[in-house]
Design a protein around this ligand. Structure first.
Ligand code: HEC
Length: 104
């Protein structure tokens, strides 16, 4: 019983470490976990989401016009109907904003 518990703790620690290593600066992974549920897997929200939440696809001229800094600001402080994303560090916000900018 004791051994099982220890193994679980080791596993949990290893997973936490692995997760923090892959996701720390990885904009694509962050996008998947933090943004894709609203903005869609490739930057085009599903029809229902687009309509209900008024989210524009990244192909929209107004989205294309955004600079990385403006995207960072939207993630950090929220923008209109989008709330600020909690739980992201500054480097993570930079990484995810840069990734968002690469979506077409
Ligand atoms: C809960 C749903 C939701 C999530 C999660 C979400 N967004 Fe949004 N996002 C929105 C909505 C809704 C808008 C439209 C805001 C408006 O115009 O009122 C928006 C707008 C934006 C805009 C345009 C801002 C502007 O200046 O027009 C950017 C850029 C953006 N989101 C980036 C992101 C990124 C990057 C993430 C992940 C870190 C993210 N969003 C996560 C709902 C979401």
């Amino acid at each position: 019983m004791k051994k099982v518990l220890r193994n679980q703790l080791v596993m949990a620690a290893a997973l936490t470490l692995a997760a923090s290593m892959c996701f720390a600066q990885d904009g694509a992974a962050l996008y998947k976990t933090k943004c894709a549920m609203c903005h869609g897997p490739s930057g085009t929200p599903g029809a229902g989401m687009a309509k209900m939440m008024h989210i524009k696809p990244v192909s929209d001229p107004s989205m294309k016009a955004l600079s990385v800094a403006q995207i960072e600001a939207a993630v950090k402080g929220g923008k209109g109907r989008m709330r600020a994303m909690p739980g992201l560090t500054d480097p993570q916000i930079k990484a995810v904003a840069a990734y968002f900018k690469t979506l077409k």
